[in-house]
Each structure stands twice: as structure tokens, then as C-alpha cells.
Design a protein around this ligand. Structure first.
Ligand code: URA
Length: 211
């Protein structure tokens, strides 16, 4: 498993506005998309391409095309949905599948409540979108699920991570073909498994509090 911390002043600036508790949902959503596009630029550096022959108005030349099937993008519902537009803006031909996962707030275990993915992911490059890598439980389950279906490699794009969650993933997925791309590694998890200083509940910040 590799960890890629994206060090860029615009990433840091946008993240700072996201962290601010006074940033309202519409701005939060907009900035999340912008931030994901910046992270996705780094996350897709290893995207599979092949030479393609094209004709310019002047001559024939060899360019670069995405290998088919194109990458599969998997937002983890609900908060990962807020990252989808930022990702597909950069890779519009990507296919999109969905995984609905939530954590049981008492046991902190991840549960899967919805899934819409191809049955066979053999050889596929998969990009998982989940803004908050807290305990690592949700991502661990999602990654295992994707490898079980045959995924070749999994890149997770997250806004923030807690060191505890990263350590858990590292211990369990040390030899796996997994890359975690992040805007920040924060200080710690608190007793409710929230990231500190963090940005609060990403789903609530994106979509408002639902009962
Ligand atoms: N999920 C969130 O939305 N925020 C956290 O701080 C941790 C998990």
C-alpha cells in the first residue's frame, strides 16, 4: 500500500475553507468538487493508456488513449457522492459504480447497505471516493470487496485521514496494490472516531443533517 499526500497550496487553501465550521453546504460542495479534481490529477498518474493512431489536419500521428475498459469510479455513499463530479470532470469516460456503506456508530463497524457494481472486475483499475479515512473500517471493507471481484488495483481518493486509520489499512493491506491519495493527514481520532481537527461529518456538511 502506498500513501500519496498531495502537497499543493491550492489544495491546502481549499481544505482550510472546508474545515471552517461557518462554510455553508453550497460552498462546501463546490470546494469538495474542486479539491477532488486536484487530487484526481495526481491519483490518475498511473491510469492505463495505450498508443492510438490519429490524423491531425496535417498528418498522421501516434497519440495516447485510455485503455478499455476505462477506469471504474466508485463513490462510497453517502459522502463520496459529493466527490463524484470532481472526479468525472477529469475522467469523463470512466464508468461509475456505487457502494453504500455506513458505520454502526456504536460498534464503529462498516456495514454495506447498497451495491451497484459489475460482478466481474477482473483486471480493472478502480478509484474509490470517500472523503474521510477515520478508523479505516469502511475503506478496508470496500477495498476487500473490490479485490474479491477481481480488481487489479485500487486507488482511494480521500480528503482527510487520521493516522490511526492509515496504520490499520497499512497493517492489513501492506502488500496489496492499493494507493491512498490525500489532502491531509490530521492529528488523531477523538473518542467518537471523528478526525481531529477534521471538518466534522462530511455527509452532513455536504447535504445537511438528515434524521
Ligand atoms: N466521518 C466523517 O464524516 N467525519 C469524521 O471526522 C470521521 C468520519
Amino acid at each position: 500500500m502506498r500513501v500519496l499526500l498531495v502537497d499543493h497550496p491550492l489544495v491546502a487553501h481549499k481544505l482550510t475553507v472546508l474545515r471552517d465550521k461557518d462554510t455553508a453546504s453550497p460552498v462546501f460542495r463546490q470546494l469538495t468538487e474542486e479539491l477532488v479534481t486536484l487530487l484526481a490529477y495526481e491519483a490518475t498518474r498511473g491510469v492505463r493508456v495505450q498508443p492510438v493512431e490519429i490524423e491531425t489536419p496535417v498528418t498522421t500521428t501516434i497519440g495516447t488513449g485510455l485503455v478499455k475498459p476505462t477506469p471504474l469510479v466508485v463513490p462510497i455513499l453517502r459522502a463520496g457522492l459529493g466527490m463524484l463530479e470532481g472526479m468525472t470532470r477529469l475522467v469523463p469516460t470512466a464508468e461509475v459504480g456505487f457502494l453504500g456503506m455506513a458505520r454502526n456508530e456504536e460498534t464503529l463497524e462498516a456495514i454495506t447497505y447498497a451495491e451497484r457494481l459489475p460482478d466481474d472486475l477482473t483486471g480493472r483499475q478502480v478509484f474509490v471516493l470517500d472523503p474521510m479515512l477515520a478508523t479505516g473500517g469502511t475503506l478496508r471493507e470496500a477495498i476487500k470487496f473490490l479485490f474479491k471481484r477481481g480488481a487489479a488495483d485500487v486507488t482511494c481518493i480521500c480528503l482527510l485521514a487520521a493516522p490511526e486509520g492509515l496504520a490499520t489499512l497499512q497493517a492489513e493491506l501492506e502488500d496489496a496494490n492499493v494507493t491512498i491519495v490525500l489532502a491531509s493527514i490530521d492529528e488523531k481520532l477523538n473518542e467518537n472516531a471523528y478526525i481531529v481537527p477534521g471538518l466534522g461529518d462530511a455527509g452532513d456538511r455536504l447535504y445537511g443533517v438528515v434524521g
